[in-house]
Design a protein. Structure first.
Length: 254
């Protein structure tokens, strides 16, 4: 019986690459493809694949967030990532396997052999334990990431959180304002927020997140609203509901 396999990646060429490599593999059957995390969750729950090739860095829901959403219902997962080596330590320790883009056929087949062994031996308990440990490490890592990786125009761009001054939602996009300029991502503000260290960044409205280290002062406006003055003198509107929390966080940083 063939191993039911799901491919999840927001980039069509990446999905096509895995589909092409699987075409010559007699022990695997592709049961679906997904372009985002929400589709992946629905497909895993509905189609019950035994193996999932899961991209880590996707808009809206990352591969890690997909795993968190499913927790104990996860099949064998092979992570596909464009992260460089520094970010792969947890995956080397805990994950069933990972593929670092770009990967060749030999590396792909090695991953298939490892996944097939786990599926055919029914070692799902081991898989769940390793994924649980990975998710725990990922939660700890969110507190102080060294740098973030984002897809921009088909490339992976690495950004230091300390370089971000504020983040602003604009329709289906998010603008990362840095000292060196602005980077536009096809992302949600909520998705970006989960990747930023909570001790340093805070949402001040439905569309804005600020780096607390870059805040110079807070000034009152009319009707209970406020404006946040950044160190570069940019003025950002803050909803009154966020004022107390921001002031407490700034107080702790003094």
């Amino acid at each position: 019986m063939k191993i039911r396999t799901l491919i999840v990646d927001d980039e069509a060429p990446a999905r096509a690459r895995i589909r092409q490599l699987l075409a010559d593999e007699e022990h695997f059957e592709i049961v679906g493809e997904c372009a985002n995390g929400r589709q992946a969750i629905a497909a895993i729950q509905a189609d019950k694949p035994q193996l999932v090739f899961l991209d880590i860095q996707m808009p809206r829901l990352s591969g890690i967030e997909v795993c968190r959403s499913l927790e104990k219902d996860l099949p064998v997962v092979v992570f596909v990532t464009a992260y460089d080596a520094f970010a792969l330590e947890a995956f080397e320790v805990h994950a069933v396997d990972y593929l670092l883009k770009p990967f060749d056929r030999a590396r792909f087949q090695k991953s298939l052999r490892r996944a097939r062994e786990l599926v055919e031996r029914g070692r799902q308990d081991q898989v769940q334990e390793r994924l649980a440990a990975l998710l725990a490490d990922a939660r700890l890592g969110e507190a102080r990431p060294e740098r973030l990786a984002f897809k921009v125009d088909g490339k992976v761009v690495f950004i230091q959180p300390t370089d971000i001054e504020w983040v602003e939602a604009d329709g289906n996009y998010v603008d990362l304002h840095q000292v060196a300029g602005k980077v536009r991502l096809r992302e949600t503000l909520g998705g970006i927020e989960t990747q930023l260290p909570a001790s340093r960044f805070m949402r001040i409205s439905r569309s804005l997140i600020v780096n607390l280290d870059r805040v110079k002062e807070i000034q009152p406006l009319f009707y209970g609203d406020f404006v946040v003055i950044m160190q570069n003198n940019a003025r950002l509107a803050m909803s009154r509901n966020f004022r107390d929390r921001l002031e407490k966080l700034l107080e702790k940083k003094k």
